[in-house]
Design a protein. Structure first.
Length: 89
């Protein structure tokens, strides 16, 4: 792609190339730059914080968790049902 994140180009290209509907996709990101790209693309985004990005501003993300799979410190577990809840109706 010509423009790198936080431009949405990489995500827009992915949905176009794969023939997907944006409303049926969820982007997993770990940085504010990636969240910016996801939000600009119009695709739902879940953030998994890392030790490098934990203090960043994730405004626009639909959900922020410590990790995927196992329970995080807040007792949150990300499941397929959780991800389905982030999709547009």
């Amino acid at each position: 792609v010509k423009a790198k994140k936080p431009a949405p180009d990489v995500y827009l290209m992915a949905v176009e190339e794969m023939g997907l509907e944006k409303g049926r996709c969820v982007i997993v990101e770990d940085s504010h730059i990636g969240v910016g790209a996801a939000v600009a693309s119009g695709i739902s985004c879940i953030v998994t914080k890392s030790s490098y990005t934990a203090e960043e501003d994730f405004t626009g993300a639909k959900m922020i968790v410590e990790e995927l799979g196992d329970c995080d410190d807040d007792g949150v577990v990300v499941t397929l049902e959780t991800l389905s809840g982030l999709l547009e109706s």
